[in-house]
Ligand binder design. Structure first.
Ligand SMILES: [Zn+2]
Ligand SMILES: [Zn+2]
Length: 446
């Protein structure tokens, strides 16, 4: 075997240059620089950290330091190396645990300290990356929940009552503060953070109570700065939620319903906020609800405010636009106009028992009626665009859906269309275009 270059890196712990016994190479991910400094085998760092933890007695810092900080540059381990080391730390603490009657609190806390260390490694790992590793985010959330349940158990075991009346330098007070601040509030705030990183629309809102719980704990101990940080996190979660489609929609509905209740359904303010809500419904492809709401608002506005009123004019304009049935014509070359796919037309009516669709287009932006022409197209070449009200017909295997009205929500790759039904007890279905007919006139509805 060739001798390694004299200045090649070697493990600062075992001094070997090659891989370890398991064949794993040298690693380094901290602030050590240069060709040789700071390299070690993962297995060697783990053995070293285990020794340090065993010697730590009852200092939390000494117990976790060697798992988190490189002894050469005194900076934190990073990235995968920090994930690997904190995972090993959790296994070590798990094995090392065992209730020592003399010092059971400290023994019980070891696992919590290691868990916290791993959760911190996960949060920096996922925060530093543009694309979230969703499995890691879920693991972080799960470990935070586990940490909270351990805190809960320890509080029960210790039966430390009335500690809040003890002097703030007493053992009881300090111990409770550590449990509540370092572990409990930490656990709550991290669950909130992992929820935000998960970016599930619903979880953005459910993150709020977790930050709030952490904030209350920080307040209780007069930790204003931490409690301020929780407020910032809550504001961020709110902002993210409100900018999500469901958040915007929910907010608009809330305003509309609130206005209806406080100033009445005929008020100009209510009608305008209802129209805002209807526009968001349409954007969310909930075409039927959107159109029926505008019909209701428009007729109320005409009756109360008159035809020329701003409210009525806006409602009529929106209604006129919502009533346009946009379609995509497949194989537009059959129309002899040699267009690419994806051009939109407006469907006007059916002929020949629905076998032929009469369309006008293609539609340009801005729309110019004088450039459009009328075409007669076989109806199975017509795809209603998302948000269009449709009715099912001619289905054989799913005949219970025939006659059901819903709106198109999406195009599927297999050429089918996703339809959500008006009757919400009916599950959404994936329907072939030939089994759908456009509904031109919706009943006024509720
Ligand atoms: Zn080594
Ligand atoms: Zn280093």
């Amino acid at each position: 075997m060739a001798a390694a270059a004299p200045d090649g890196p070697s493990c600062y712990i075992c001094l070997d240059e090659g891989p370890d016994d398991a064949g794993k190479p040298l690693v380094r991910d901290c602030s050590c620089r240069g060709d040789a400094a700071g390299f070690a085998h993962l297995s060697c760092i783990i053995k070293y950290a285990e020794q340090k933890s065993i010697q730590a007695e009852d200092s939390i810092n000494a117990f976790c330091q060697a798992w988190e900080i490189c002894p050469n540059c005194n900076q934190s381990f990073q990235n995968q190396l920090s994930l690997d080391l904190t995972s090993a730390f959790v296994s070590f603490a798990d094995k090392a645990r065992g209730y020592d009657a003399e010092n059971s609190t400290w023994e019980g806390m070891k696992e919590m300290i290691a868990l916290k260390s791993k959760i911190k490694a996960i949060i920096s790992f996922v925060r530093d990356r543009v694309i979230n590793n969703i499995n890691l985010v879920m693991e972080g959330k799960m470990l935070s929940e586990k940490l909270l349940s351990m805190v809960d158990q320890m509080k029960k075991d210790l039966k430390m009552n009335r500690w809040e009346h003890m002097p703030s330098d007493s053992y009881e007070y300090r111990h409770n503060k550590m449990l509540c601040v370092d572990f409990e509030a930490f656990g709550y705030s991290l669950i909130g953070k992992f929820m935000i990183l998960g970016r599930e629309k619903e979880s953005l809102k459910t993150a709020l109570p977790y930050f709030e719980k952490a904030r209350i704990i920080y307040n209780l101990f007069g930790m204003d700065e931490n409690s301020k940080l929780m407020e910032n996190d809550m504001n961020m979660a709110r902002k993210l939620y409100l900018s999500s489609e469901t958040g915007l929609l929910e907010n608009a509905r809330f305003i509309y319903e609130n206005n209806t209740e406080s100033v009445g359904s005929a008020s100009e303010v209510t009608i305008q906020s209802g129209l805002d809500y209807a526009e968001l419904l349409k954007k969310s492809r909930r075409g039927i609800e959107a159109e029926q709401l505008v019909m209701k608002l428009a007729s109320g506005s005409r009756r109360v405010h008159g035809l020329a009123h701003n409210c009525t004019v806006r409602a009529d304009l929106i209604l006129e636009y919502f009533k346009v049935r946009f379609v995509v014509v497949m194989m537009p070359d059959k129309l002899g106009i040699g267009l690419g796919l994806g051009k939109e037309f407006q469907a006007l009516r059916y002929e020949n028992d629905g076998l032929i669709s009469v369309v006008t287009g293609p539609i340009t932006n801005p729309r110019r009626g004088d450039n459009e022409r009328i075409f007669h197209v076989a109806s199975d070449l017509i795809h209603p665009t998302p948000g269009t009200p449709v009715i099912c017909h001619g289905l054989i295997n799913a005949s219970h859906l025939n006659g059901k009205v819903g709106d198109v929500r999406a195009f599927h790759k297999n050429g089918r269309l996703a339809v959500h039904f008006e009757d919400e007890s009916q599950k959404p279905a994936s329907v072939k275009p030939e089994n759908l007919r456009i509904v031109f006139d919706l009943p006024t509805g509720g």
